[in-house]
Design a binder for this molecule. Structure first.
Ligand code: SF4
Length: 587
């Protein structure tokens, strides 16, 4: 008689996404990418992952009228949350966590992973630790925290020192940087031997934050791996984008529907796309149906060093999947989740020589039906390459121009040639790819002349620019400018109470029931004075007119469409922040 081989026991992981504010403002439209990657890695390693996005639970509680935005005040109270993590009683936080976790099989889990999200959302960061503390207190489970927001909190760890101290003291591990391999390692160790918490070990584990005395230490990041995200187990209907879908209509009508869908998913700026989604959702079943948009990434670690960017400080080896693997992943995700729509979040698409031709020809030859958008750089794009990209499904490219002042471009080491940028924008228009730009205003020593070069460029190329995002400069500590501010003509100002001030600003946004786009600029933790120039206060005074000037150049097509749709939804009084040139800060 043959003896069946002994089955390797699997580790049961409860993996949770902590909720943020978005479900209280607008429908979710994208499944959580980072969580999907870590889930794929854990399942590949043989773990049994029970995956839940608590945003879905918050959304249901919100729609059922179980709480108001103002009720959430305790989540925006530094001391209340950190005391609760430390063991203090707080009936509101405890019962709110209990309601979010209703119906989850907590007892079966050997380890709990919690993603603190990646949207610079304070509700995500605060609710992650509240849920972790609740699970430790009532169920005694080992807790591993992760998510892109931890990277943000670690960059500004001096401002969030109390948060880090509580997390490192009371949880089993907090992961910064890529989590796909670190989680597998931690889950295995925590399920086997719970003798010593990883964060208490003397030797650093890659990617796991530590305390040395009173100092918060970031361990060296683990390396990224390219994986297709795994969203199985999530309530996928909750991320539906509602688009036109009339399979029995004439080919001409179906073609027109597809053009509308591309506009909604790719051409519209986020504020309009969200509103169109809300409007369409009310007509679900009447020629409208829900489709997922898949997030996917196939390259990490940019070779450029734009001085404001978090990619600029350390030289990390490029990670890039092969064309075969990328096309296989995208075709696999499209089939599994029944959607041709993708949002790619690469550093930029055309990063490797020859990649554009190989990718596009493989997609076209294999007959894979895709629609996708991504970031791109102007250099190396030709008319022929853009035409191939359009044929392979590229609908929109977002270019980081940042500024059109040659002097400022040189200072930030952007390596963009303006003549080349103008040519590429024209070609995008010709081949049918919408071209968006990222613009930064408020860089140190940006004066009237350098700012005017940017506005001139935008006006001159308006016909070829679909939309541009206006970003107010903020100092990222993990950038060249953040690491050496004096070299860029800045002296940093740090606020001792930045954490609570940011929490207060975020709570005001909720309690005053402002529109979603009024979300405070949570990454502006530091202000700066210009060396031999203007003070932070003087810079704050000039930023609003600059933003107003930029917004005035923007095409009015989208704002007109927003007004029509919002009147239909009876929401005309609540306008997006950009209509009022607002920049919410913690001040
Ligand atoms: S801004 Fe873009 S191109 Fe520049 S370093 Fe960052 S990711 Fe790379």
């Amino acid at each position: 008689m043959a003896i069946a081989p002994a089955r390797k026991p699997t580790t049961r992981v409860l993996f949770l996404v902590a909720p943020g504010e978005q479900p209280m403002f607008t429908r979710m439209n994208l499944p959580p990418f980072g969580t999907g990657i870590v889930t794929a890695s854990l399942r590949d390693a043989g773990c049994d992952v029970d995956l839940h996005d608590l945003n879905s639970d918050l959304w249901r509680m919100w729609r059922a009228g179980e709480f108001t935005k103002a009720d959430l005040r305790p989540f925006y109270d530094e001391r209340a949350v950190l005391d609760y993590v430390g063991g203090a009683r707080n009936d509101f936080l405890d019962s709110f966590a209990d309601r979010l976790l209703a119906g989850k099989d907590i007892e079966a889990a050997q380890v709990v992973g919690i993603s603190a999200g990646g949207d610079f959302s304070f509700l995500e960061m605060q609710s992650a630790v509240v849920i972790g503390a609740h699970l430790k207190r009532h169920y005694g489970k080992p807790i591993v925290l992760g998510g892109n927001n931890l990277d943000y909190l670690m960059q500004f760890h001096d401002a969030f020192h109390s948060w880090w101290t509580a997390v490192i003291t009371h949880f089993d591990a907090a992961v910064t940087g890529p989590g796909e391999d670190v989680f597998v390692d931690l889950v295995g160790k925590l399920a086997r031997e719970r003798t010593q918490l990883p964060m208490a070990r003397p030797a650093p584990s890659p990617g796991v934050a530590r305390l040395l005395g009173d100092t918060v230490l970031r361990a060296p990041d683990a390396a990224h791996r390219i994986l297709a995200p795994d969203f199985d187990g999530l309530r996928l209907d909750d991320y539906h984008n509602f688009v036109r879908d009339r399979p029995t209509a004439s080919p001409r009508k179906q073609e027109a529907d597809e053009m509308w869908n591309r506009m909604q998913l790719y051409q519209f700026p986020a504020y309009l796309s969200w509103l169109a989604n809300e409007t369409n959702a009310q007509q679900a079943g009447q020629g409208v149906s829900g489709r997922l948009v898949m997030p996917y990434v196939f390259n990490y670690n940019c070779p450029y060093n734009c001085a404001f960017c978090t990619e600029s400080l350390e030289r990390v080896k490029l990670v890039h999947a092969t064309v075969d693997d990328i096309v296989e992943d995208m075709a696999g995700l499209a089939g599994k989740y029944q959607t041709p729509y993708f949002y790619l979040f690469n550093n930029y698409f055309n990063l490797v020589n020859g990649f554009v031709e190989e990718f596009a020809s493989r997609v076209i030859l294999n007959g894979v039906q895709l629609h996708w958008s991504d970031c791109a750089r102007f250099n190396s794009l030709t008319y022929e390459r853009l035409a191939l990209m359009a044929e392979s499904g590229c609908r929109k490219l977002t270019f980081g121009l940042e500024t059109a002042s040659t002097k400022m471009l040189k200072i930030i080491d952007k390596r963009v040639k303006l003549a080349e940028a103008e040519r590429v924008l024209g070609w995008c228009k010709e081949v049918g790819i919408w071209a968006d730009l990222e613009i930064i205003t408020g860089l140190p020593h940006e004066d009237e002349d350098t700012f005017a070069e940017t506005t001139d460029f935008l006006e001159r190329n308006a016909a070829n620019i679909n939309y541009f995002n206006v970003n107010r400069y903020f100092v990222a500590p993990k950038s060249l400018m953040g690491a050496k501010p004096e070299a860029y003509g800045m002296t940093l100002r740090k606020f001792p109470d930045a954490y609570q001030r940011l929490l207060d600003a975020n709570y005001r946004w909720l309690a005053e029931d402002l529109e979603f786009s009024y979300k405070p600029q949570n990454f502006r933790v530091y202000e700066f004075d210009e060396i031999d120039g203007r003070s932070a206060e003087q810079l704050a005074d000039v930023i609003v007119p600059k933003i107003a000037k930029l917004n005035a150049i923007q095409s009015t097509d989208f704002s007109d469409a927003w007004r029509v749709l919002s009147m239909r939804q009876d929401r005309a009084g609540r306008t997006p922040a950009r209509f009022n040139n607002e920049t919410m800060s913690m001040a």
